[in-house]
Design a protein. Structure first.
Length: 404
């Protein structure tokens, strides 16, 4: 094989690719903006919306309680709640987000308390609706405080200390380092995005260099040049691989820079002891380099597979329809790695895409099982070699190149 001929084809295709706006957007712009938008932009927007929802004073409907004035009084003293009158359509008002929640106090509630009979106060809310969840939790805290006061009064009446009910404290303490906490939290998402962006970066060049050539009528001109078809396919393949690797590299670099910036912006949270502070992500350069290294054979496999599939199409649009099923083939195993309980095993290490996605999650968490890493790298290289061999074979078939 002549490397000079391959280089000539590669240089020609690279020049044309750099003039294509779609290729530049999918290869450079998208991976550079994806992670900052997700980590800094989307994260800041989520925190802002949650804080805004938590600061709002929720409207709450009280049903019943006419014979229980003390519990109603304590609810109003708790603050942070706006009580509104009940109506027959109170459930619809919760569903339509006119009120946050409703609390139903059973008849004879305080009389039952005085007789130490069990009783139940119901809180109605709109499950998984943020403002309604906040309203319900606010009402629950108020009722919990009232319940604690009732217990204290009963203990005081019997000359017993409050510590009788709580003889010892229970405290959970994290022993995992910060990088493992962050990796376990969103490591699967990062692997998924790197894989999908790697595929997307290779997609448009692969379509343009095959179906695009057919649609423009330049395929025959290229094939009539004094360069063998093997040199042509390798030149095109290396261009598509370059696009995939550039996308993977930029996405990994963007990932590292985004989390570094996020840590600097939210460094003040570390002193608050909140859950948000405990979820700070620490991603080292070793993990970033490892993720990129594992993306290399995957990029080869994607590039060869995309060239092979797009080669069967007669036009750009037809090639996109052919490649759509491949997107699902890639996305489904990448998402499967994020399911709870799915851990990297020697058997799963042989399943393409899923193995790399699971491995990325471990690498970001700082976990290195070298035997499994070698198995995944070797199997992915084998799949990539098979895909490249198939691409070369398809490029030598007249029935595929000149489909009518």
């Amino acid at each position: 094989m002549s490397l000079r001929n391959v280089g000539v084809v590669y240089k020609k295709e690279l020049t044309e690719a750099l003039r294509d706006r779609r290729t530049l957007i999918s290869t450079i712009v998208v991976p550079l903006l994806m992670f900052p938008a997700l980590t800094v932009g989307f994260g800041a927007a989520m925190v802002s919306l949650l804080n805004k929802a938590e600061r709002e004073i929720p409207k709450v409907i009280v049903r019943g309680g006419a014979d229980s004035p003390h519990v109603l009084s304590d609810l109003k003293k708790f603050g942070g709640l706006q009580f509104v009158d009940s109506t027959p359509d109170w459930k619809d008002r919760i569903v339509n987000k006119e009120v946050g929640a409703a609390v139903e106090i059973p008849e004879g509630f305080e009389a039952s308390l005085a007789q130490q009979k069990p009783s139940t106060i119901k809180i109605y809310n709109y499950k998984n609706e943020i403002k309604s969840e906040f309203a319900a939790s606010h009402v629950e805290r108020a009722l919990k405080k009232y319940s604690d006061n009732v217990v204290k009064e009963r203990l005081a009446a019997r000359n017993l200390a409050v510590s009788v009910l709580k003889p010892f404290e229970i405290k959970q303490e994290n022993v995992a380092p910060p990088e493992k906490v962050g990796g376990a939290a969103i490591g699967g998402f990062l692997g998924y995005f790197v894989i999908v962006l790697c595929l997307q970066g290779a997609m448009y060049p692969a379509i343009d260099l095959t179906a695009g050539e057919k649609e423009r009528g330049t395929m025959e001109t290229i094939l009539s040049s004094p360069v063998s078809r093997m040199h042509l396919v390798f030149g095109k393949f290396f261009l598509v691989l370059t696009a995939a690797l550039v996308t993977a590299a930029l996405s990994v670099i963007s990932m590292g820079v985004s989390f570094w910036a996020s840590q600097r912006l939210h460094a003040f949270d570390s002193s608050s002891g909140s859950d948000a502070a405990s979820l700070q992500l620490h991603i080292g350069m070793g993990a970033i380099f490892s993720v990129f290294l594992m993306a290399l054979p995957l990029a080869v496999m994607f590039s060869a597979a995309l060239i092979t599939i797009a080669l069967f199409a007669k036009s750009y649009k037809e090639a996109q329809s052919y490649i759509t099923p491949l997107m699902f083939v890639v996305i489904i195993p990448a998402i499967a790695s994020m399911l709870p309980g799915v851990e990297l095993t020697p058997k799963l290490a042989l399943i393409p895409i899923l193995n790399v996605s699971l491995l990325c999650k471990d690498l970001i968490a700082g976990t290195y099982h070298w035997n499994v890493i070698a198995l995944i790298f070797g199997s992915t290289c084998a799949y990539a070699a098979a895909a490249l061999f198939l691409a070369v074979k398809m490029f030598q078939r007249e029935s595929v190149l000149f489909r009518s």
